[in-house]
Design a protein around this ligand. Structure first.
Ligand SMILES: [Mn+2]
Length: 388
């Protein structure tokens, strides 16, 4: 049986990075719903993220999105984070919200547009230098809508050229995380549609290029845990963008639609040493809270990852291995199901209390008065929002 002290130590050591955009207003392509008290700038987003860390104890890193989080002085933003016990995490580039990018960014047929897009990615590395961030997260909306619109292989070559230039610019302790997504906004071809394409580019680039798995970016029925296990075994899993999907890229709270899938993913992570810091797997959230209160939703999401991780850590790997070697299909499956069906909430409450945290982070947040404070205080100015 797993050693409970080791399980608790792994849960205490796990770090879950929250996204700056999860604190701002967001919506669908139909409507962005504003909420009272939402941050008006990246500094206020960090103030909210600090509350998530204060009550969970495992969320000190905050991912930024450029240009949504553009500031004049990134060193000052880094200092603001540090004062609140936070660090700035992955820098997410944005080459999808400009008229120039109608036909793509780094894969665009026009070299001028490709230059502009690549320059933005290089600027993101400059920002990483200032913030101390180690990860550049790349997601490209590039693709085509109609058969014949552009040359599929030609676009891959343009992509490879841009990636190589950015890769060369990375410092020794920096890496690029290449994210894939099946479709949307392009509907016919997407230039980085799947893990295989991302993996092939990363393999060619070198050890500082790794794949990021956004759990919402697959076709229905895709076995994400297989992808995770394979990438981990090849040293190419850079991290996760956790969220949850019922249909397409829903960006709902992680574990909402399918907590069993989240458990299966985290079982592969735990089993293949992905929870060990030196493996370098970044556990990031990439979610939008359109209709639910934002800060408690981020806290809930962190807890959902913790619960799935705790269950994964409770898998009796000795019993599992024994059953697998002897071909005992039912016993092997039972080893996973026993762990999945364990109520780990008492264990997590204990882990928190042992660290001096409240056992229920959502209740502690609600009792803290922070929500009332920001609603009263953040009046006037422009609220930060998705796409703003
Ligand atoms: Mn993502």
């Amino acid at each position: 049986m797993p050693d409970i002290a080791a399980v608790k130590a792994a849960l205490t050591a796990q770090r879950i990075e929250t996204p700056s955009w999860g604190y701002g207003n967001s919506g669908t392509r139909f409507k962005v719903f504003a909420q009272a008290g939402v941050p008006r700038d990246p500094y206020e987003k960090l103030d909210d993220a600090a509350k998530v860390h204060e009550f969970t104890g495992v969320a000190p890193k905050v991912a930024l999105h450029i240009p949504w989080d553009r500031v004049d002085d990134y060193t000052a933003l880094g200092a603001h984070a540090k004062e609140r016990g936070l660090e700035l995490g992955a820098i997410n580039s944005n080459v999808f919200q400009d008229d120039d990018y109608k036909l793509g960014s780094v894969c665009h047929p026009d070299p001028r547009v490709r230059r502009k897009a690549t320059d933005h990615l290089l600027e993101c590395v400059d920002i990483m230098d200032a913030t101390g961030s180690s990860d550049l997260k790349l997601w490209f909306s590039d693709g085509t809508n109609y058969p014949g619109q552009d040359d599929i292989v030609g676009r891959q070559e343009r992509l490879a050229e841009a990636l190589a230039e950015v890769y060369e610019r990375l410092g020794d302790d920096q890496r690029m995380l290449l994210e894939y997504k099946l479709f949307e906004p392009a509907f016919y071809t997407t230039d980085v549609p799947d893990w295989g394409t991302a993996y092939a580019h990363c393999l060619k680039l070198g050890p500082k290029a790794q794949v990021v798995v956004d759990t919402g970016h697959h076709a229905p029925g895709t076995n994400i845990e297989f992808i995770v296990a394979f990438l981990l075994s090849q040293g190419k899993l850079g991290g996760f963008d956790f969220n949850s999907r019922f249909y397409a890229d829903d960006d709902l709270m992680v574990g909402a639609a399918d907590p069993f899938q989240l458990f299966r993913i985290l079982h592969e992570v735990a089993k293949n040493r992905g929870l060990e810091a030196e493996t370098g797997v970044a556990f990031m959230l990439d979610q939008c809270h359109n209709i639910e209160a934002k800060i408690p939703a981020v806290i809930r999401s962190v807890m959902n990852v913790q619960e799935a991780t705790a269950k994964a850590l409770l898998v009796d790997l000795d019993a599992l291995g024994e059953a697998q070697r002897s071909g005992d299909v039912l016993a092997a499956n039972a080893a996973l199901m026993d762990a999945y069906n364990t109520d780990v909430r008492p264990l997590l409450r204990e882990v928190r209390e042992e660290r001096g945290l409240a056992p229920d982070p959502v209740a502690a947040y609600r009792a803290s008065g922070w929500q009332e404070h920001i609603v009263a205080d953040r009046v006037g100015g422009t609220q930060a929002g998705w796409g703003a």
